[in-house]
Design a protein around this ligand. Structure first.
Ligand code: FAD
Length: 361
């Protein structure tokens, strides 16, 4: 099981030993050279800009970095879409999901019994690991939305709950991309594809057929039984933070938990975890513990489990859709190219101009 260390030094070490060239060749394989940086990115503990700078310092050319930066740009694109649409990302974006027969989650997912060994072996310890390879996430979404015809929303909530890298934009929009409510066609993977990228040789599963036949399949019996998802509410001790009103207050959220934020400046530091948010978008005890462990790396950070408005302060914080309702001093979100503005209706309408700017640097 992959380890996610909590210290900033360990995260820097992970970036500094990452091989973007090997990544470009192998990222789609279950044993490929992926970065395992997503939990830190989702929590804002490191930013894409910081990663990019560290890789540039190591002397990689843009073409050597391109595949990895392009993947990071997907995260930026999804974040930008969240800024643009707000809560609209939690509904079918372009058009309703076609052919929906079920709501809820296939019980086979929760029980790790889809019959597809490469998927089940990852699902079996997903609640402990808090991580799934991107291709496994895509297989799960294909199976759930396009083979078993469940609406994407409840399965996305279940996956988000367990992921240490849970990011509402990357999550909802990736599910919507697979379910074709945010893309042009549904994503399908058959057993041959699963076997290739997971280095397995399984046959006779519910998806062991051609790409012509896969969309026509009746819902496999093993995926018919749906369950409702019953998350646990986080247990975070309620504490009224001590605030020195003579000093500025730096406000963090579980999406903007950056140790470099106004580092070295004197001030109050408060991580705001809003119960109203966690009731709507629950996270597992493991994910909450991960947030607490990262928060502990920031000196003098007080954890406040309560509503921001009830603090009665106007803090200084990094702009993010999660804190759209905060009052105070909003500082720019650290995008790779802060001046690149626009609506970007598709990923490539964002990536093409971004690539041009980065190539010039
Ligand atoms: C159904 C589904 C749900 C997902 N839910 C989340 C989620 O809640 N949080 C999350 O961070 N990512 C999510 N992803 C995207 C992606 O799977 C993870 O970011 C990636 O697997 C994280 O592992 P890594 O850092 O080792 O990836 P790497 O392959 O090393 O990628 C590096 C970084 O690029 C970005 N990236 C890579 N692939 C994608 C992608 N397909 N979409 C968006 N960004 C990408 C991420 O920031 C990632 O950390 C989801 C994908 C799917 C298909």
């Amino acid at each position: 099981m992959i380890d996610f260390p909590r210290s900033l030094a360990a995260v820097h070490h992970r970036i500094d030993t990452f091989d973007p060239i090997h990544y470009a060749r192998t990222r789609n394989f279950i044993d490929g050279g992926v970065s395992y940086l997503s939990p830190y990115l989702s929590r804002g503990f490191i930013t894409i800009t910081e990663i990019y700078r560290r890789l540039k310092i190591r002397g990689f050319s843009f073409s050597e970095l391109e595949k990895f930066i392009q993947e990071l740009a997907w995260r930026e694109y999804y974040t930008k879409t969240w800024f643009r649409l707000g809560d609209g990302i939690f509904q079918d974006i372009r058009h309703p999901q076609e052919g929906v027969l079920h709501h809820g989650i296939p019980a086979a997912l929760v029980q790790a019994q889809t019959g597809i060994q490469a998927v089940d072996s990852e699902l079996a310890y997903f609640a402990q690991s808090g991580y799934l390879h991107n291709h496994i996430r895509m297989y799960i979404a294909s199976l759930t939305c396009n083979v078993a015809h469940y609406h994407w929303s409840a399965p996305a909530t279940w996956m988000y709950y367990h992921l240490l890298d849970g990011d509402l934009a990357s999550n909802a929009l990736s599910w919507q991309w697979c379910a074709a409510t945010f893309s042009n066609k549904p994503y399908y993977a058959n057993q041959e594809n699963v076997n290739h990228f997971t280095r397995s040789e399984q046959r006779n599963t519910v998806i062991d057929c051609s790409y012509e036949d896969l969309p026509q399949l009746p819902v496999p019996d093993i995926l018919k039984n749906g369950v409702d998802f019953k998350p646990q509410m986080p247990h975070i001790p309620f504490q009224i933070p001590h605030i020195n009103t003579a000093l500025p207050t730096f406000v963090y959220t579980h999406y903007t938990l950056n140790p470099n934020f106004h580092t070295g400046e004197e001030g109050n530091r408060i991580l705001v975890m809003e119960p109203s948010h966690f009731r709507r978008f629950p996270m597992s005890p493991n994910s909450i513990q991960f947030i607490m462990d990262l928060a502990a790396q920031i000196p003098n950070l007080q954890v406040y489990y309560g509503e921001y408005a009830d603090l009665g302060i106007e803090g200084i914080f990094r702009d993010h859709p999660i804190n759209a309702h905060f009052r105070g001093q909003r500082e720019a979100y650290p995008f790779l190219a802060p001046d690149l503005m626009g609506d970007f209706p598709s990923f490539f309408s964002y990536w093409n101009p971004l690539k041009k700017l980065l190539e010039k640097e």
